[in-house]
Design a protein around this ligand. Structure first.
Ligand SMILES: *[C@@H]1O[C@H](CO)[C@@H](O)[C@H](O)[C@H]1NC(C)=O
Ligand SMILES: *[C@@H]1O[C@H](CO)[C@@H](O)[C@H](O)[C@H]1NC(C)=O
Ligand SMILES: *[C@@H]1O[C@H](CO)[C@@H](O)[C@H](O)[C@H]1NC(C)=O
Ligand SMILES: *[C@@H]1O[C@H](CO)[C@@H](O)[C@H](O)[C@H]1NC(C)=O
Ligand SMILES: *[C@@H]1O[C@H](CO)[C@@H](O)[C@H](O)[C@H]1NC(C)=O
Ligand SMILES: *[C@@H]1O[C@H](CO)[C@@H](O)[C@H](O)[C@H]1NC(C)=O
Ligand SMILES: *[C@@H]1O[C@H](CO)[C@@H](O)[C@H](O)[C@H]1NC(C)=O
Ligand SMILES: *[C@@H]1O[C@H](CO)[C@@H](O)[C@H](O)[C@H]1NC(C)=O
Ligand SMILES: *[C@@H]1O[C@H](CO)[C@@H](O)[C@H](O)[C@H]1NC(C)=O
Length: 635
């Protein structure tokens, strides 16, 4: 007898990329920690060398050590200095200014950590030597550094920092926004006041070249128009970049960048009205070199949708080399403004190049996404706030980008970008509370993602293949490049990310258009499925549940070739007998179809018996021959 269960066939025309998460998952191996409201994380730093997570709160720095199975958590106090607190309280008797030390920035500095806090309105930085000790001078006093250029005075303004070769770069948001080299061995220089207009920074990245003199540092931000009307778009997404070796340009830009350029970023098509202007986060994937670097941005709109866009950094670089400059009427001087040169050449840049860039730092060209459209738009009443990207080798050693996107409701979307399609593999819910994701850090080498909200921090495995381990199809249909079906072990296993790996080939099918019978041979052993027997009074109505396996599948209830309607909710496609669907007897089967595969999810044998509901028998069909009956008596 050929089993009907898992009867698989190809149905043409079902291949449409759907922008809803295919699965909704609770992670199995997540490790998490919670924080009291007042001490909520304001800065999160991950040290890949020690796998420690440093978290800045109010007057406290937390050090979290993650092992395979547990987190150990320590704290070290970092209060505001007494004098600063006294001054702060005297100046603000009404207490509308926070006189605590809110830690805003943590960066690795040699073997130490540089930790900067608001220090009751007089920003300061301290150096953490180890997890218990602040660096002290010979007199035994804390070694501190003014934090005025490094972090803003208050919590309401964003700050983005990036450490590059012993220098710290800070981008301060607000109506006095600026980008500066704020600490380190190179000269401190900053933006001219006129170059940034009420910037709200969201990210920064360094792009390295074979010739280190050409390395560039990028900053991503929004210009916010505070006088825009209610029906006007207040945000303009922008990117700015400077050359790493810039030392300022005498005599016109003595203490300012001589290579600062900026350009407008839009997520949408140049000629279509559906565009996104509010950049929420940016991530530059740089691991495979500058030519293959890709900027991923998440954007939101005032009407509640959000979108993901990708931009080739190579294309952006060439625009910086060729575009005209906004508002410039004279011809572009030579050398071209903004070009990175060797460090010795900055004080010999000609005056006309410097004057030009001082007056016209913005490119005339608007930067649209690759293919001139978003990768996709999310309209599910939630908004993306964060993005990080991993490049993964699949079972056939092809690489794919996998995006991890954090939302305002504390969810994480795992998204496969493969060729010209994107699939939301899963929506992961790791947190107890639905708070907005406030930070995401990827450790691709060890295979973990660290995510925090204002109340919790957690570590998730990038591959969580056990979630799809029931059978080969579950594993293959997941289209998760981290996971493949291991035929002998009958298990969904992680694909090795080691380049020289000679591990056995795993079954995988990321390309929805190629629905060959990937699992057929692997499914020789028969799967057990239950036929549930139900006896009911013909005058009563029953509900038959069909649990959803995938939110991308189409579910149908059938009895003797007749289809029955079902009512869908988040968990089930439920067949409800009632006025419009009279009670009937026979075998009702619920099947799910997805990407050409059809699977029977559940089946009920309903008998109308004239009595009351007395028993449910579960008939387990195994190997199609042996029948095993278990009777459960209902009380
Ligand atoms: C820091 O740790 C100590 C001892 O482990 C604990 O008593 C204290 O409450 C902690 N501080 C905070 C702010 O949680
Ligand atoms: C150094 O800073 C820490 C954290 O704010 C503080 O607890 C300690 O009293 C300071 N030590 C000295 C000698 O100032
Ligand atoms: C931290 O460093 C201080 C000073 O070097 C040392 O006395 C202390 O033992 C160290 N603590 C740990 C836990 O390593
Ligand atoms: C800048 O911001 C400060 C504090 O937020 C405010 O008092 C001031 O009026 C603002 N200035 C301008 C020009 O908007
Ligand atoms: C901000 O919006 C107002 C109102 O539309 C407009 O008049 C003004 O020019 C805008 N400012 C900028 C810098 O775009
Ligand atoms: C969207 O979410 C908000 C808050 O989570 C909720 O109040 C609202 O009803 C939701 N709207 C829809 C259309 O689901
Ligand atoms: C996988 O591909 C990479 C780059 O294309 C190559 O360096 C590596 O040797 C390949 N690994 C295997 C096991 O084929
Ligand atoms: C891959 O190569 C490295 C160094 O060449 C070696 O140390 C490692 O054991 C190899 N891994 C496998 C799985 O062969
Ligand atoms: C479809 O996938 C199978 C196995 O994954 C592969 O052997 C075959 O070449 C693919 N066909 C096409 C047209 O890509």
């Amino acid at each position: 007898m050929r089993p009907l269960l898992f009867c698989l066939f190809w149905v043409a025309g079902l291949v449409s990329p759907q922008k809803i998460p295919r699965l909704k998952l609770i992670p199995k191996d997540a490790l998490g920690s919670t924080f009291p409201e007042a001490e909520s994380p304001k800065a999160v730093y991950y040290d890949a060398d020690t796998t420690q997570v440093l978290i800045g709160g109010r007057g406290v720095l937390w050090v979290l050590d993650f092992t395979d199975s547990e987190i150990t958590r320590r704290n070290i106090t970092l209060n505001a200095e007494d004098k600063a607190v006294k001054d702060c309280k005297r100046k603000n008797p009404s207490r509308e200014v926070n006189c605590d030390n809110l830690i805003r920035v943590i960066e690795k500095w040699d073997k130490k950590a540089l930790v900067c806090g608001t220090n009751a309105g007089v920003p300061k930085c301290w150096f953490l030597i180890n997890t218990t000790t602040w660096e002290k001078n010979k007199e035994g006093l804390n070694i501190t550094l003014s934090g005025e250029n490094i972090i803003p005075k208050s919590l309401s303004e964003n700050v983005v920092t990036i450490a590059v070769e012993g220098n710290l770069y800070s981008a301060l948001s607000g109506n006095k926004s600026s980008i500066q080299r704020s600490y380190g061995n190179k000269k401190g220089i900053k933006t001219e006041d006129s170059w940034l207009d009420n910037a709200e920074f969201v990210g920064a990245a360094v792009l390295t070249e074979r010739n280190p003199n050409l390395d560039e540092i990028f900053f991503f931000y929004n210009e916010v128009n505070q006088t825009a009307g209610l029906d006007e778009e207040p945000y303009r997404a922008q990117l700015a970049r400077v050359c790493k070796v810039d030392m300022g340009g005498k005599p016109i830009l003595v203490d300012s960048w001589s290579t600062f350029l900026k350009a407008r970023l839009v997520c949408g098509h140049p000629h279509e009205p559906l565009r996104f202007h509010h950049l929420r986060d940016a991530f530059v994937f740089t691991k495979d070199g500058k030519e293959k670097a890709i900027l991923y941005g998440v954007f939101s709109s005032t009407w509640g949708a959000s979108a993901v866009c990708s931009y080739s950094m190579g294309r952006i670089s060439s625009l910086f080399k060729t575009s005209n400059f906004k508002g410039a009427t004279s011809s572009i001087p030579n050398p071209r403004p903004g070009t990175c040169v060797s460090p010795d050449s900055y004080h010999v840049l000609p005056k006309h190049t410097l004057t030009f860039i001082k007056d016209h730092p913005e490119l005339d060209t608007v930067i649209y996404p690759d293919e001139e459209h978003p990768l996709y738009i999310l309209r599910n009443n939630d908004t993306y706030t964060h993005v990080v990207v991993d490049r993964v080798r699949d079972a056939s050693n092809e690489s794919h980008d996998v995006l991890f996107l954090g939302t305002e409701k504390g969810k994480i979307h795992k998204v496969l970008r493969s060729k010209d399609q994107t699939v939301i593999i899963a929506e992961i819910s790791p947190f107890k509370e639905q708070e907005s994701i406030s930070s995401m850090i990827l450790d691709a080498a060890r295979g973990y993602l660290y995510v925090s909200t204002k109340a919790e921090v957690t570590r998730l495995p990038l591959s969580d293949c056990d979630q799809y381990s029931e059978n080969c199809w579950r594993c293959v249909l997941a289209r998760d490049p981290y996971c493949g079906w291991e035929v002998d072990a009958r298990r969904c296993s992680a694909v090795s990310q080691i380049k020289n790996s000679t591990a056995s080939r795993l079954l995988q099918n990321l390309d929805a258009s190629n629905t060959t019978y990937v699992c057929d041979a692997a499914e020789e052993k028969l799967v057990q499925e239950a036929l549930k027997k139900v006896s009911v009074d013909p005058t009563s109505y029953i509900y038959l549940p069909c649990p959803l396996r995938s939110h991308h599948a189409i579910y149908t209830w059938v009895k003797d070739d007749k289809t029955y309607p079902c009512s869908m909710d988040e968990q089930s496609c439920t067949l409800r007998f009632g006025e419009s669907t009279p009670m009937d007897q026979g075998v009702f089967r619920c099947t799910a179809k997805e990407e050409g595969y059809q699977e029977e999810i559940t089946a009920f044998k309903v008998t109308l018996n004239g009595g009351r509901v007395s028993e449910i028998s579960l008939v387990v069909v195994a190997t199609g021959i042996v029948f095993l009956t278990i009777t459960i008596l209902l009380l």
